[in-house]
Design a protein around this ligand. Structure first.
Ligand SMILES: O=P(O)(O)OC[C@@H](O)[C@@H](O)c1c[nH]c2ccccc12
Length: 260
């Protein structure tokens, strides 16, 4: 781990300790284990020829403020109207200015499955994710030890949370392969340096076992980007900034999902 990842992981660990002081683990566990109705996430991606996971993103460490006054519920409605297959909501508060309240507001407004986009480093956060009503959660391979990855995937599954396991390079792919994750995101952006290369997911996707649902993430802005990934056999996409910045969000999404 290096650069920004080290900074944010240290920060998030502190946030988790404070959260545990507010709602103790046993109580969060009780809330997370409560029976809840989930929306199938991977299935929603597989159901579309071009599946876009549209992201609610107010800010990022690489781009700074993107849309601080964004209304999560209103944005979610536009994403659904534009034909998104699912939503992603950034919940990290300091660097991305998101929240679990954003996630809950977005999910309550639409019928799409919702991914919690967070830096998960502690099992507590998985109970919290379930308690907040998310359908899926991101696990970033780079910030987890192999044993943690396995444990977190197992716990998520107990909590009826699907996992999107995110990789960036061959070393990450080697790390996750023993756990056979059904849903893998390939980040076109290096989270340590923020360099973005939209040919990366296409190249690395070929290294994953067939049958894996592969999601290309980051830097996707138009039909040309979508087509490049489709040619490489990837048909699911995670798109944030370009949708949040679009003047006509619905029109842009419609264009992305109808790319061939
Ligand atoms: O805004 P973009 O370039 O479309 O990217 C969206 C998404 O891929 C990005 O937010 C992301 C991918 N993996 C992450 C891990 C943590 C935080 C954020 C991310």
């Amino acid at each position: 781990m290096s650069g920004f990842l080290e900074t944010i992981v240290a920060h998030v660990e502190g946030v988790v300790e404070k959260s545990k002081a507010g709602v103790p683990l046993a109580e969060m566990r009780r809330r997370g284990e409560a029976v809840r109705v989930v929306r199938p996430f991977r299935e929603a991606l597989e159901a579309k020829p071009v599946a876009v996971i549209a992201e609610v993103k107010r800010a990022s460490p690489s781009k700074g403020d993107i849309a601080l006054d964004l209304d999560a519920a209103k944005t979610a409605r536009l994403y659904e109207e534009g034909g998104a297959a699912a939503l992603s909501v950034l919940t990290e508060g300091t660097f991305f200015k998101g929240s679990l309240a954003d996630l809950q507001a977005a999910r309550a407004t639409v019928s799409l499955p919702v991914l919690r986009k967070e830096f998960i480093v502690d099992p507590y956060q998985l109970y919290e994710t379930a308690a907040a009503g998310a359908d899926a959660v991101l696990l970033i391979a780079r910030i987890l030890e192999p044993s943690q990855l396995g444990d977190f995937m197992a716990l998520a599954s107990e909590l009826h949370l699907e996992t999107l396991v995110e990789v960036f390079d061959e070393a990450d792919i080697d790390k996750v392969t023993p756990f056979a994750p059904p849903l893998v995101g390939i980040n076109n952006r290096n989270l340590a340096s923020f360099d973005t290369d939209t040919t990366r997911a296409g190249r690395l996707g070929a290294l994953l076992p067939s049958g894996t649902t592969v999601v290309a993430a980051s830097g996707i802005k138009d039909a040309t980007d979508i087509r490049r990934h489709l040619d490489a056999g990837i048909s699911s996409f995670l798109v944030g900034e370009s949708l949040v910045r679009a003047k006509d969000t619905v029109g842009m999404l419609k264009e992305l999902v109808s790319s061939e």
